[in-house]
Ligand binder design. Sequence first.
Ligand code: FMN
Length: 325
Amino acid sequence: MEDKEKKLRQINQQLKALVSGEDDYLANLSNAAALLYNELEKVNWAGFYLMKEGELVLGPFQGLPACIRIKVGNGVCGSAVEDEKTYVVEDVHQFEGHIACDSASESEIVVPLYADERIVGVLDIDSPIKERFDDIDKKYLEEFAKIISKESKFQMDALESLKSRRSVRSFKDKKVEDEKIIEMIDAARLAPSGKNIQPVEYLIIQDEKKRKEITEIASGGDFIAEAPLCIAVISKKCEHDIEDGSAATENILISAKAQGLDSCWVAGYKKDYSSGIEEYFSLPEDYRLISLLAIGYSNKDPEPPAKKSIEEVIHYENFDLEREV
Ligand SMILES: Cc1cc2nc3c(=O)[nH]c(=O)nc-3n(C[C@H](O)[C@H](O)[C@H](O)COP(=O)(O)O)c2cc1C
């Protein structure tokens, strides 16, 4: 037993050395899979499945080719996500709904992988012998998963982020990290700009009292008081400042989602309260408010709102008057 613990402790030390100072999650997961596969005895598959658009998709691994997509709740991996706990399975053939990728697998351990308290995937290890894994493996492999989470930035790609973004109006009491704020502003400043004038600027408001005062002026944005971060997108008035400000606003929302944050756009422009907010921030006369953004970690996932279908909104070559909608 002591030898086993010593080995697992050693593997975790090796992992720390491998991932230290590196935040690319694919690189870290790839090295982590190779480390486990080569260092653990009696293992025929070691790797990761990652959450993408609500299901698990095969990530970096070592071993035979494996099944690519697993629905939440299916098999050992899907169950670990649904129940948010580690599964130690002594005999995979006894596990209801077990997904057989490698017929040699007899036992399995699956550990959830977290980033900012949300599950981003699972660590999955298979063995060709029964009862290969126990509570000691569980303890050290959960630590293994934590080491990866601590060092790695789990970011969605832009398409997944924009498709999964929903307006969220309820937030956890958890500060948004400074580097994530900078990443959002970086995405905003790179947005397209009419004649490349770049008139848009950003006010970062984290102070609780200020956020509350903002909600007293901006009706319809009460949740700004609850969100740990409010970004006011403002613009120097010019020919295309509304379009520029809106493009920058959208880039912030997409960048927020890609970094595990949620948000809601609160109208800033053309509202009765717009001048009240502009006065509150003492904006110069030639600036205006474009939008107020509530940003933070979601407390509960909202019901997806109804969206028009592609067929309802697309026209080819000309406006199609005859089309049935
Ligand atoms: C210009 C604009 C202004 C908005 N203003 C508000 C607002 O004042 N309060 C609010 O709760 N949501 C506001 N929203 C969010 C919309 O209600 C939301 O985008 C819409 O219901 C669709 O939901 P989704 O964002 O989840 O796709 C605004 C969105 C836009 C684009």
